[in-house]
Design a protein around this ligand. Structure first.
Ligand SMILES: [Zn+2]
Length: 202
């Protein structure tokens, strides 16, 4: 007797779903079975949303925030203070700070932080475009709103050195941001206070 297991297409679907972040074998199997058991529209809608988002969304070449097509909603806004730039790790951090309503400058998303164990050095991050902006935009203050864990601190220290050498005032949000979890874990009031009470980083 041959042992019967899942059909190949189902195993393939489980394998693909397992590639998603935070999805283990059991969850992937549950998701796959749910997708093939529901109405056909369900799988089609989810599949087409994934493709549409992937094909139409990108990152702004200037600030690194999400863009659709050519336009970046942050860079388009002319009323923002161009001399004030808040550096964050990910575009989702921009959304978190915007929600707090406490910042009227522009943003710069690094795309991560310096993490030697994961082979992420300064060259892997969007640091060159930041320095270009500092020159072109006559930036007077850069707020480093990075995670408060070891890697976030290392990234902040690295940036402080090269920014201070360019005569830019470097500040950071007031203490009270969560360690390592990203800014989207902080509540609006905490973020608002942290951004309003930013302190010199020297
Ligand atoms: Zn932009």
């Amino acid at each position: 007797l041959r042992k019967i297991s899942y059909p190949e297409q189902l195993t393939e679907l489980v394998d693909q779903l397992r590639r998603l972040p935070g999805i283990g074998p059991r969850s992937a199997e549950r998701m796959a079975l749910w997708l093939i058991s529901g109405k056909p529209e369900l799988a089609r809608d989810i599949g087409s949303s994934i493709l549409t988002a992937r094909e139409n969304l990108g990152h702004c070449p200037r600030c690194g925030f999400f863009i659709t097509g050519e336009s970046c909603r942050v860079c388009e806004e002319t009323s923002r203070d161009l001399g004030l730039v808040c550096v964050v790790e990910h575009p989702t951090d921009v959304v978190a700070i915007e929600r707090s309503g406490a910042f009227s400058g522009t943003y710069h998303c690094l795309g991560g932080r310096i993490a030697p164990l994961d082979h992420i050095g300064p060259e892997e991050l969007r640091i060159e475009p930041l320095l270009k902006r500092v020159e072109e935009q006559e930036v007077r203050e850069v707020v480093l709103a990075l995670s408060s864990d070891v890697e976030g601190e290392a990234t902040a220290n690295y940036l402080r050195e090269i920014l201070i050498a360019r005569q830019v005032t470097v500040t950071r949000p007031a203490q009270g941001l969560p360690a390592g979890g990203g800014l989207d874990n902080a509540d609006e009031v905490t973020l608002s206070r942290a951004m309003a009470g930013r302190t010199p980083f020297s």
